[in-house]
Ligand binder design. Sequence first.
Ligand code: DON
Length: 312
Amino acid sequence: MSDTEHLDLQSVLDDIYAAVEPRRGEGKVADYIPQLARIDPKSFGMAIVTVNGKVFSVGDAAVPFSIQSISKVFTLTLALGKHGERLWKRVGREPSGSAFNSIVQLEHEGGKPRNPFINAGAITISDLILAGHTPREVIGEILRFMRMLADDEDISIDPQVAKSEAATGFRNAALANFMRSFGKLDHPVEHVLGVYFHHCAIAMTCVQLARAGLFLANNGQQPGTGHSIVSRQRARRINALMLTCGHYDGSGDFAYHVGLPGKSGVGGGIMAVAPGKAAVAVWSPGLNENGNSQLGSVALEMLANRTGWSVF
Ligand code: DON
């Protein structure tokens, strides 16, 4: 018997749902990407998929939402597959202590981003995945990877969100051009940003996202198929990066309260990994001051308290 089986995870989720119900709508929905501002702030969904393949969910767990920066975990995984540990010559592995879209460290640090999850780092990762291919090919590759991981073909990119972001992504364009000025991007800025904006615009449900992250909870292997997505060591390392950098300047706070590797997105999603046990996804669009889902963080803290899944 696995150590998740003594837990009644459905009643844990039901209790969390009841507890957050009066607080639905808290936080501020991201509006700097105009298409995201249209989302109902009261949406709330949560799903747990255990390494034994059991699925538990509550609320809007089957409603697709914009995964935004959560996609950076998966593009990092792909880039590590293509470049191996050489990747770290281009991107650091330290928390930035700055906002996700900050430009300040780049000048002092020669155009090398602090980590792969801040925007500058993820833009560099898009450059690395391009590796001489066209943006269209690479976007298709990322989408196929997500579908394979979630074991679900019904995952797509929301073209309105990608367009909305491209039309207003002046800060990301500045980051990319700044890095290019240091000779740190190999491909044209428009190609790199095209890949970046499209992977951020992938829409997935909580259930799909928890399924997609399950390999990180299972030593790099997809439990259903037995496919090895990454090595045990690489899964551990990706989890370490999520724990230290996955919530930007709120990573310490998330580790303190939740104690699980996790990655947030400004669409209001968080994917969290309980190694050896389960992957979890939560969605609530209202964000806190660091751009992380406010109620999503609260819900994950409750989950960690009830299950004892904190890694500490
Ligand atoms: O580049 C951006 O601003 C967005 N596509 C992604 C930012 C994001 O999700 C930050 N996470 N909390």
